[in-house]
Design a protein around this ligand. Structure first.
Ligand SMILES: Nc1ncnc2c1ncn2[C@@H]1O[C@H](COP(=O)(O)OP(=O)(O)OP(=O)(O)O)[C@@H](O)[C@H]1O
Length: 599
């Protein structure tokens, strides 16, 4: 077998972090946009401007839909809100007239607030139900625009705001909107390729793992909804100016569908794809003018085609490197010596203690008065027959379930029941029985997600690409690469995680957990599905991690691994302790042998 580190073909290293190749397609689109005025007429200025304005909205919405995975289908509402706010302020219907740029800024602030209000249901609702609430909001906004005649002009409408020279000509306004579109691209890319963007994808594809790494979903989503709402309303102001006159009819459901489908055609988790999707969908009705009346039907067909033929959208079509074959005879060879470089934190002296912990599911007492001490620098094995409560114990410690009774303490501090997102900050990391990785992200990005809470830059700093954000990225990238070296997956760093073998996913999870420099590491059946060689290497890795001061709680069915590396073993049966002691004691414990190990 070839050690992964020796495989040259798997060094397919064009990543989100190698900036220039990733920038080229955007520069290409920008150059084409700059050439357009010289090769076309005013009609195309209108189409080009419209595409740029739509993209300002879609660039923000893409973070909500494509990255966070929330089906906000009624975003035309925020376009409408921005259009009316800008127009009303600029026209001076309510207050003295506000200059257009001031009106745009105020409209963005209003959009940000309403972006959060529309987004709030996403904290609890997903998919269809959330989509319906956004649609409901779209209807409400249109109805208000119709009914509030004194301000909005009702069905008659209102004049859109006007820009002054040099932006008051078709091509002048076009250049201005291309400029805004470029800024929107930059802002959304800054977030997408920051720890916040990775956290969004983690929430979308592996939310339980995201919580375990300390990612706070509500805080992150509020920031994203603020940004997307502001961008949509800003686009609304530009749209009103482009239309010169707006009525509620200008904001059709078709527009909402266009924004949404542009992202689906583009592909989730991509910026370039949805940008191309927006351009295509804006131009399509123009070059197929006779079909304009059929646009909703066309969108529906297009959507079906995407789902059936290319579910990954344009981004997947352009992802050439993921089509290159990977070497099939890969072996995972951890470089344990590297641990001293990546686990530098001073070891804790605290013990993780469970006392009388109880958790019930209906009538099932999954854990029934459990006492457990996981000491720093030791490996504590937790074994028992299927359904004996091992995973539930891990879930209670990691806050995924709130215990119904008993206490869990870390040294003298009681761990609050539930609240899994707070465990990472307390130094507790975990892996999962079924690996929870982000298939569409690279191996490196998956591991970087583990260090999300280590980042220091705020959301605003990442948005504006300020130095602290770059420091975070450099630090996280270097740490994650080093961590991948330790677990033996360095050569696969830039490969999409969904191309990896099951055993490799298990090692990714360990690398991700280690990014927290945890005091305690909870491992749920890390050897399941591994070959005997891999189990031996895994055992050596776990032992080395514990010897650097981390307390390990190891749930495992491979008795040999447990007896080889554990310092203490607890055997569960029906949620209660059947036996506890050293591996030597457990190996010969009569009841354990008859109930679990076999005669
Ligand atoms: N979410 C849940 N809802 C209802 N019952 C549950 C839930 N999770 C676990 N249980 C029940 O709690 C008991 C303990 O389950 P748990 O998964 O902790 O066992 P385990 O020892 O980890 O088993 P295995 O080795 O098969 O993973 C079982 O009876 C199981 O059916």
């Amino acid at each position: 077998m070839t050690a992964i580190a020796d495989i040259p073909t798997s060094r397919e290293t064009t990543t989100r972090h190698s900036v220039l190749p990733a920038l080229l397609p955007f520069l290409g689109v920008f150059v084409l946009a700059m050439i357009l005025p010289f090769v076309s007429n005013d009609y195309w200025a209108l189409i080009g401007t419209r595409a740029a304005i739509y993209w300002v909205l879609v660039a923000g919405l893409n973070l909500v839909v494509g990255f966070a995975g929330h089906l906000a289908i009624g975003y035309v509402a925020l376009l409408t809100l921005g259009a009316y706010t800008t127009s009303v302020l600029a026209a001076g219907n309510v207050l003295p007239p506000v200059p257009i740029y001031g009106a745009l800024i105020i409209a963005s602030c209003v959009g940000a607030v309403f972006g959060v209000i529309v987004g709030l249901p996403a904290m609890r609702l997903r998919t269809f139900y959330f989509a319906m609430t956004t649609l409901g909001f779209a209807t409400i906004v249109t109805q208000i625009a119709l009914a509030w005649q004194s301000v909005t002009g009702g069905g008659i409408g209102i004049v859109g705001p006007e820009f002054s020279a040099p932006f008051n000509t078709p091509w002048g306004f076009y250049y201005l909107c291309i400029g805004f579109a470029a800024v929107a691209t930059w802002l959304s890319a800054n977030i997408a390729y920051s720890r916040f963007g990775r956290a969004l994808i983690a929430i979308r594809d592996a939310d339980v793992a995201a919580e375990a790494t300390g990612i706070s979903k509500p805080k992150l989503l509020v920031s994203i909804f603020l940004l997307a709402g502001a961008m949509a309303a800003f686009a609304g102001g530009l749209f009103a100016s482009l239309q010169t006159y707006i009525t509620p009819d200008a904001f059709t459901f078709d527009l909402s569908v266009l924004f949404f489908i542009a992202i689906l055609i583009g592909g989730r988790g991509s910026i370039l794809g949805p940008m191309l999707g927006t351009i295509i969908l804006t131009i399509l009705p123009e070059i197929a003018a006779p079909l304009a009346a059929w646009s909703t039907f066309l969108y529906a067909v297009l959507l079906l085609l995407i789902v059936l033929v290319m579910p990954g959208g344009i981004a997947a079509l352009l992802d050439f490197k993921s089509r290159r074959p990977l070497a099939s005879n890969r072996a995972i060879v951890p470089r344990i010596a590297g641990l001293s470089e990546v686990l530098r934190k001073t070891a804790t002296t605290k013990t993780l203690t469970l006392r009388e912990v109880v958790l019930t599911f209906g009538n099932v007492r999954a854990i029934d008065g459990l006492d457990l001490d996981v000491k720093p620098g030791q490996i504590h094995g937790l074994i028992g027959p299927n359904g004996s409560g091992k995973t539930t114990t891990l879930n209670v410690i990691s806050g995924y379930y709130a215990a119904k009774g008993g206490t869990i303490t870390l040294g003298d501090d009681a761990l609050p029941p539930g609240m899994p997102e707070l465990r990472a900050g307390k130094g507790i990391a975990r892996t999962f029985q079924t690996p929870r990785v982000i298939g569409e992200a690279s191996v490196l990005e998956n591991v970087m997600v583990g260090g999300t809470i280590e980042g220091e830059a705020t959301f605003a700093e990442a948005l504006l690409s300020l130095p602290r954000h770059h420091r975070d990225e450099r630090k996280l990238t270097a740490q994650a690469r080093a961590m991948l070296g330790v677990v033996g997956l360095e050569a696969l760093a830039d490969v999409r995680a969904d191309r990896l073998q099951h055993s490799e996913l298990r090692f990714i999870e360990i690398a991700r957990a280690l990014m927290l420099q945890p005091d305690f590491l909870l491992l749920d059946e890390p050897a399941a599905g591994l070959s005997s060689d891999e189990i031996t290497r895994l055992g050596a890795l776990i032992k080395a991690i514990s010897r650097r001061g981390t307390g390990v709680l190891l749930v495992e069915h491979h008795a040999d691994l447990i007896f080889d590396i554990c310092d203490q073993v607890t055997v569960l049966n029906l949620g209660k302790i059947l036996a506890a002691g050293t591996p030597a004691e457990i190996r010969v414990h009569k009841e354990v042998v008859s109930a679990y190990l076999g005669g």
